[in-house]
Design a protein around this ligand. Structure first.
Ligand code: SAH
Length: 266
């Protein structure tokens, strides 16, 4: 009886695993630092702001949701800083919203989408959209054995060879830090990280998603050339609208590709 019971439960476990593995992706959570970056996608997919937010009442985090094809799409933005009224960019808000979104929405897939600086020496140009192959930090310098590696925190993104091939997307490594400018120390670490794009959230999202083993894709549109001759913030503001439009187009293609597929098809 016990043996039979065990056999049965093993068999059903195998079924269940097979089922999980082959199941189509259903819930996607986009983590987007600035609402301006998310707006074109919110409009295109006709997402609506969730009035019954699953998040604590104290936070400014905003959830936009809706069905697109067979996908349950959620976009989570960290919202405005309560004191200064600017977008809550950087790694701390990004980690918090990623954690809370995983708890509340149980996504099959996380997509961190946003803008980034690009390095022309690595082939990046304004308006390019990159799928990130791996992310790491460039401002967590801890010169102690092993802690140095923890500081860098390199993580591979979920592999999407079919998606990259089908949509003909550029692929590059991402380096994340809490500054928009680039100090000489940061520059050294970014070079060591072999990064093509540089942002302020990606590696933090990847860190949290990795804890909960939620597959994560990072998709970044280039607003400014870090190794060019224009001031970063000026170039960023000038190109923000054009890049978010480009990003919106690429993300739509990405979700059209994902629709009806399972993780192993990506
Ligand atoms: N002045 C801007 C500030 C945005 S901070 C505003 O309108 O509020 C820059 C944002 O874009 C971050 O979310 C970051 O991830 C991304 N980003 C774009 N270019 C970047 C760069 N060169 N370095 C770091 N982050 C960059």
């Amino acid at each position: 009886m016990a043996a039979n019971g065990e056999d049965f439960s093993n068999a059903s476990m195998e079924n269940l695993m097979g089922h999980v593995e082959k199941r189509s992706i259903f819930t996607i959570v986009f983590i987007v630092a600035m609402q301006k970056e998310a707006q074109p996608l919110i409009e295109r997919l006709r997402l609506v702001k969730e009035v019954n937010s699953p998040f604590p009442k104290e936070v400014a985090w905003i959830l936009f949701k809706g069905m697109y094809k067979d996908l349950n799409i959620n976009i989570v933005c960290p919202g405005k800083d309560s004191a200064l009224g600017v977008d809550s960019v950087c790694t701390v808000p990004a980690s918090l919203v990623t954690y809370a979104s995983i708890q509340a929405l149980q996504p099959d897939l996380i997509i961190n989408a946003g803008t980034a600086g690009g390095f022309k020496a690595k082939g990046a140009r304004i308006c390019d959209v990159y799928i990130v192959s791996s992310s790491a930090f460039h401002d967590r310098r801890i010169p102690v054995p092993v802690l140095d590696l923890y500081g860098v925190g390199m993580r591979k993104a979920f592999p999407t060879p079919n998606l990259i091939k089908e949509l003909n997307l550029k692929v590059g490594r991402l380096s994340t830090g809490d500054s928009m400018d680039m100090s000489p120390h940061d520059k050294e670490s970014i070079t060591a990280n072999d990064a093509t794009v540089k942002d302020m959230e990606g590696a933090a999202v990847a860190y949290v998603a990795d804890i909960f083993k939620v597959p994560t894709i990072l998709i970044k549109g280039v607003t400014d050339i870090v190794d060019g001759n224009r001031p970063t913030s000026e170039e960023f503001l000038e190109n923000l609208a054009a890049v978010t439009a480009q990003l919106d187009e690429s993300i739509t293609k990405v979700i059209d590709f994902i629709s009806g597929k399972c993780l192993s098809d990506l």
